[in-house]
Design a protein around this ligand. Structure first.
Ligand code: PMT
Length: 224
């Protein structure tokens, strides 16, 4: 660990992937393992921060010295994030949040019926947590960080997403069925709303996490 430059700060990190239930046995989900978000939580704690980790279906052990709140769906993650962000110096949204959820939840297992075509699944939009926190800034000077998980035109999509979401920093990483998701390593470009673009070469997810905290620390207002 380097300098304890997050001492006295409260940071909120989301990790993992939301699951949007269809019925008691099925859900719509994604391939996030939670490793990048947990690396952010561990490195922030090592740098002296009080850390609240909002964990969505990560299945990883709770990191030592970190407050962990377990959530399932995007709606639950939003509620936990808005509550934790109230007094946070920084919020980092590393969780993969479902943009849509099934419109209805069947309380019993959906059955297939002989000779019938499968029924389409109607979806409704989930709240955009990152955009809401960026717009609301519950605490003055709060630094808000998002991620962009892209498969194509990675940097162009990342730049557009930074403008759309209104956050201070956006960490753009390329994903695929076996790329980034679940891996021990990652590479990314950290985009700043001030126009900065800092590439972080392929390496352990902890190393990327430390570069993200460096960028956060340089944007935090001085402590009284
Ligand atoms: O967990 P790992 O296996 O280690 O993999 C890491 C990762 C690929 C999940 C991570 O590095 C990553 O990219 N996380 C963000 C995934 C994602 O949801 O990206 P997005 O481009 O769909 O969303 C953009 C941003 O908006 C993200 O910060 C996301 O948390 C946020 N968001 C998205 C939708 C929504 N409804 N609310 C949100 O807050």
């Amino acid at each position: 660990a380097g300098t304890p430059d997050l001492t006295g700060r409260h940071v909120v990190v989301s990790a993992g992937g939301t699951r949007e239930p269809l019925d008691p046995v099925r859900f719509l989900g994604n391939r996030s393992s939670g490793k990048q978000g947990y690396a952010l939580a561990r490195t922030a704690a090592a740098r002296g921060a009080r850390v609240t980790l909002l964990s969505a279906n990560a299945g990883l052990p709770d990191p030592a010295g970190v407050d962990v709140v377990h959530v399932g769906t995007a709606v639950q993650l939003r509620e936990a994030a808005l509550k934790a962000a109230g007094d946070a110096d920084a919020v980092v949204m590393a969780a993969a949040v479902a943009d849509f959820r099934p419109e209805t939840y069947a309380t019993g297992k959906i059955k297939k019926k002989d000779g019938e075509e499968p029924a389409p699944i109607a979806l409704v939009r989930n709240p955009d947590i990152l955009a809401e926190i960026s717009a609301g800034r519950p605490r003055p000077g709060q630094v808000v960080v998002g991620f962009a998980a892209e498969t194509d035109d990675v940097l162009a999509n990342g730049r557009a997403k930074l403008a759309r979401k209104g956050c201070d920093l956006l960490v753009v990483n390329e994903v695929g069925e076996r790329k980034t998701f679940g891996a021990e390593e990652n590479e990314a470009v950290i985009l700043g709303s001030d126009g900065t673009e800092n590439p972080v070469p392929y390496g352990p997810k902890e190393a990327l996490a430390d570069r993200i905290w460096d960028a956060v620390v340089s944007r935090l207002p001085h402590q009284e």
